[in-house]
Design a binder for this molecule. Structure first.
Ligand SMILES: *[C@@H]1O[C@H](CO)[C@@H](O)[C@H](O)[C@H]1NC(C)=O
Ligand SMILES: *[C@@H]1O[C@H](CO)[C@@H](O)[C@H](O)[C@H]1NC(C)=O
Ligand SMILES: *[C@@H]1O[C@H](CO)[C@@H](O)[C@H](O)[C@H]1NC(C)=O
Ligand SMILES: *[C@@H]1O[C@H](CO)[C@@H](O)[C@H](O)[C@H]1NC(C)=O
Ligand SMILES: *[C@@H]1O[C@H](CO)[C@@H](O)[C@H](O)[C@H]1NC(C)=O
Ligand SMILES: *[C@@H]1O[C@H](CO)[C@@H](O)[C@H](O)[C@H]1NC(C)=O
Length: 631
């Protein structure tokens, strides 16, 4: 009885702390129509930040002995300091680790805190979550992550391509037969031996499957690996070990279940992404549930961070793509201030703390706070990992009925079965739950915007990687943000889990449709060094401002094979250190002092370009542009 009470109390506490809760609606509008400008809070933040951090840039410039800038030059720069942004691509832990090294190196140069924005997508968004949790201390990154524990317990590591995950998951999920299959067993484990019976059937059918070449990937097929985790020695007699393994795995998922429950009880639609979000947060060593006042609201966490309150760090932007009406490449963003899209279809934003509120035709009906859970937002941006789970589920469902039954049950017990989790009501069970579901849609029936983004009471958001848009660049290129230089780190998996520039090229094609013209360089010498694009000052069409310079960095071999699989979900300390070192080398061009001096020229180029009477660049800088710039 006492235990029961303790559990009950813990649940109550969890419910109060984590679920969105109702608040009074403010009298001012919650929705902003974005005409020409970023929101006032963002604009104020940047103005104060400029005053706060511009000397960091001067310190950096002064440290460059080859470039030989003089005091007149520093004065010019202080009058019109360049605005920098950082874009970190997707790519799972690979991207997060290389990206963390990249940022650490930027920080050593004094350029990280000087930057105005850092945008992240998928694996890149995990860095943003880490930054927020670490109060934006770049040197404390990764301290809270437990990289040696599986990111998702019980799920084997994959060495298959993102494309495979995406297309297979999507294709098979459409199968009504699969979707409508009834749940076989209850979510409670009341009888372990029954569970084992099912697992044996499952495991045996897996054995059959593994002879089928269709699902055999590079080495072991995923199901065989899954089986290896459950039955490490390929025997079914070691009951004790099995029970321990199962218990650990089950506890992990049961725990996720408990954490999702309060949101569901509050009447919100739940999707795979909710589980995934809790799973990522669970990889942080700090237990956020122990703090009774704990909230994991993105807006609250950011605004309570000391460095953010002092205007001394970049604004984090999480990026995700919208899938309403089978759209592709429609980008949404979460900043600490707002959620919405700059896409010409919408150009509307809701105040982030009120995400999850019921707003119809722009009028607030019922307001909530705390829907903007940092884990949920991170998981939305990295929802490609949902598909790992769906992928496994679907592989099995192509095989024998028993396998389907058994796996359905296993997933059900893990809290990942389809029927029992997702159908809180008959209507909502029809939602596509492998997308992150944002319901209510804050832009529902917004006047004079009648399209698929506004005519449904929910938004489906996914990982940009699903649209091949794996670099969060477009959110930074918009004229409203007025950036001068954008550092891109691309850890996509194009060839052998290294990028070859194709993701950037794709985004340039997309930008072209929006009248923003970058040339993808045809003659890149090597991706092991930074590629600077758009140095020559070109005016944006229809604007008086210049296009930002893009400094593109690819994850590449710098003495370590940093092309680990996107779905590698554990790293040991020496692997972590090597990935971080790779990131540092990627940013610094292998600690090249000449390149560091050239960075001074690149960073200040737009300041010079903007002078009313053209000033000549120094011969040193002209040579740098020759060495690093592509048209
Ligand atoms: C568990 O299941 C097995 C086999 O189905 C059965 O023999 C046993 O009685 C069950 N135990 C309980 C406690 O229900
Ligand atoms: C597998 O078998 C070996 C000995 O054959 C034993 O030491 C080990 O503990 C077993 N592992 C598991 C997980 O059962
Ligand atoms: C890493 O790259 C090398 C070639 O550069 C390739 O042989 C290897 O298979 C790649 N590893 C992975 C995990 O993709
Ligand atoms: C990158 O590799 C892909 C796949 O091999 C290829 O289709 C594409 O043309 C390459 N892109 C570039 C920019 O080299
Ligand atoms: C870490 O993993 C690598 C393989 O990537 C292995 O060679 C190395 O021995 C491991 N180090 C430790 C300390 O376990
Ligand atoms: C930039 O402009 C200069 C002068 O107009 C020209 O000589 C140079 O080729 C251009 N460079 C690139 C990379 O377009």
């Amino acid at each position: 009885m006492r235990n029961f009470l303790v559990i009950f109390y813990a649940l109550l506490k969890l419910g109060l702390a984590i679920a969105p809760f109702q608040v009074q609606c403010p009298s001012s509008p919650l929705i902003r129509e974005a005409k020409y400008e970023i929101c006032p809070e963002e604009s104020v933040y940047l103005k104060k930040k400029e005053i706060k951090t511009k000397n960091r840039l001067i310190d950096f410039l002064k440290s460059l002995t080859e470039a030989k800038f003089n005091s007149k030059f520093y004065k010019r720069v202080l009058k019109d300091p360049p605005k920098l942004g950082i874009a970190i691509s997707g790519g799972g832990y690979r991207s997060m680790l290389v990206g963390t090294g990249f940022i650490t190196q930027m920080n050593d140069y004094g350029l990280f805190e000087y930057s105005d924005y850092i945008a992240g997508l998928s694996g890149g968004s995990w860095i943003l979550m880490d930054l927020v949790v670490q109060n934006f201390e770049a040197n404390s990154l990764l301290q809270e992550w437990d990289l040696e524990e599986d990111l998702l317990l019980g799920i084997p590591e994959f060495d298959i391509s993102e494309e495979e995950i995406v297309t297979n998951a999507r294709k098979e999920y459409k199968d009504d037969d699969i979707r409508m299959r009834k749940r076989q067993e209850s979510t409670q484990i009341t009888n372990f031996s029954k569970f084992y019976e099912q697992m044996e059937i499952f495991a045996n059918s897996v054995e059959e499957r593994s002879e089928d070449g269709r699902i055999t990937k590079r080495n072991l097929n995923p199901l065989t690996r899954l089986k290896k985790i459950f039955f490490p020695n390929n025997t079914f007699t070691e009951a004790d070990t099995k029970i321990e393994t199962f218990k650990t795995v089950l506890d992990f998922y049961k725990n996720l279940h408990l954490k999702i429950k309060p949101k569901k009880i509050e009447g919100f639609q739940i999707s795979f992404t909710d589980y995934w979000g809790k799973a990522i947060v669970q990889r942080l060593k700090k237990n956020f549930d122990d703090d009774p006042d704990h909230t994991f609201s993105f807006s609250k966490l950011v605004h309570s961070s000391k460095k953010f309150k002092e205007y001394s760090v970049p604004i984090p932007i999480f990026v995700a793509n919208c899938k309403n009406g089978l759209l592709s490449n429609i980008i949404f963003e979460f900043t600490p201030f707002e959620f919405g899209s700059w896409d010409s279809m919408l150009r509307l934003f809701v105040k982030l703390p009120y995400l999850g509120s019921k707003i119809i035709s722009g009028k607030a009906i019922k307001c909530v706070n705390n829907f903007d859970d940092l884990g949920f937002i991170t998981a939305t941006s990295s929802s490609i990992f949902n598909n790992v789970l769906i992928f496994i589920w679907n592989l099995a469902s192509q095989s024998s009925r028993e396998a389907v039954k058994a796996l359905n049950m296993v997933m059900g017990i893990f809290g990942l079965g389809k029927e029992e989790i997702f159908s809180i009501s008959k209507e909502s069970s029809r939602l596509e739950t492998d997308y992150a579901v944002y319901q209510p849609n804050p832009f529902y029936l917004y006047p004079e915007k009648d399209n698929v983004l506004t005519n449904k009471d929910h938004l489906y958001l996914v990982d940009g990687g699903e649209d091949g848009e794996n670099i969060p660049l477009r959110t930074l290129v918009i004229p409203e943000r007025k950036l001068d230089v954008i550092f891109v780190l691309d850890s996509s998996s194009d060839i052998d889990n290294y990028p070859n520039g194709s993701k950037l090229k794709k985004i340039f094609e997309k930008l072209d449709e929006e009248n923003v013209h970058y040339q993808f360089p045809k003659n890149i010498r090597a991706l092991t060094r930074p590629v600077v694009i758009g140095c020559n000052a070109t005016k944006r069409s229809g604007h008086d401002s210049f296009l930002p310079i893009i400094v593109y960095h690819a994850n590449a071999y710098h003495g370590y094979v940093s092309n680990t699989s996107t779905f590698k979900i554990t790293y040991n300390q020496s692997e972590v250190n090597n990935m971080l070192l790779t990131g540092r080398k990627v940013f610094s061009n292998d600690y090249d002092p000449h390149y560091k001096n050239c960075l001074g020229c690149i960073l200040t180029k737009r300041t010079m370009d903007r002078l009313p009477r053209k000033k000549k660049f120094s011969p040193f800088c002209l040579q740098c542009f020759k060495d690093y710039c592509y048209s």
